[in-house]
Design a protein around this ligand. Sequence first.
Ligand SMILES: Nc1ncnc2c1ncn2[C@@H]1O[C@H](COP(=O)(O)OP(=O)(O)OP(=O)(O)O)[C@@H](O)[C@H]1O
Ligand SMILES: O=P(O)(O)OC[C@H]1O[C@H](OP(=O)(O)OP(=O)(O)O)[C@H](O)[C@@H]1O
Length: 232
Amino acid sequence: MSVKLGVPSKGRLMEKTFDWFADRGVKLSRTGSDREYAGAVEGIEGIELVLLSAGEIPRELAAGRIHLGVTGSDLVREKLALWEEKVVELEPMGFGHADLVIAVPRAWVDVTTIDDLDAVAAAFRRRHGFRLRIATKYHRLIRDYLRAGGVADYQLVDSQGATEGTVKNETAEAIADITSTGETLRANHLKILSGGPVHRSQATLFKSRQADWTPEDRMVLAHLKAMLQIER
Ligand SMILES: Nc1ncnc2c1ncn2[C@@H]1O[C@H](COP(=O)(O)OP(=O)(O)OP(=O)(O)O)[C@@H](O)[C@H]1O
Ligand SMILES: O=P(O)(O)OC[C@H]1O[C@H](OP(=O)(O)OP(=O)(O)O)[C@H](O)[C@@H]1O
């Protein structure tokens, strides 16, 4: 058996993941045609590359189908209930930075903090007879955050893309999404609530607690950690 390492097969995290490993002497590559999801590992024995979408890596780690995986720290927290029981954060990788934020229309001049949002949400419900809508794909993280902040009078509406457009399209009053440059929020006349992001995300190397770790696998992991200079 070998240690299965899941890495993003495309998208914004793939190339930087390959670079990060290459800088540490582990060469990951896609093999075969452009469209074939097969991979190779050079520089260390006993590791098998599994190419997956970043969004699927948390589930594969939790199911123990891969031993190690690279994905955004936001995706692990969002996709896995009690994530710390299923995976260990081995190393933040220093790229793929993005903040999960809650944003409201810039025109809501009286709303700056989460307490303001709470007040507006209660008033909104009284006035309109339904709860203020927050569009997001980060259901778990936003629910937990709003519960901790004491906000109850809201509903989440699912938005898997172009989330910032939902306010203009009048399918939501507020949004919760990832931002890096802030361009998309600005372009859509939205402002971030103060008090810091819900989560500061970056690409992270995770270890599965659920996978079957044979004694040989543990030796491979120790060797890999030494190459990657991971102390945990
Ligand atoms: N500007 C950004 N917008 C969205 N996600 C970003 C951004 N910057 C970094 N990320 C991070 O990238 C990760 C998502 O990457 P990506 O969209 O490639 O994966 P995915 O959701 O699996 O997509 P797909 O299923 O289309 O391959 C998340 O962890 C997210 O936090
Ligand atoms: O702060 P910025 O640099 O503007 O980046 C943030 C935007 O990028 C992502 O969208 P993506 O391009 O992945 O498209 P999506 O709407 O399909 O998620 C994210 O969902 C935001 O919409």
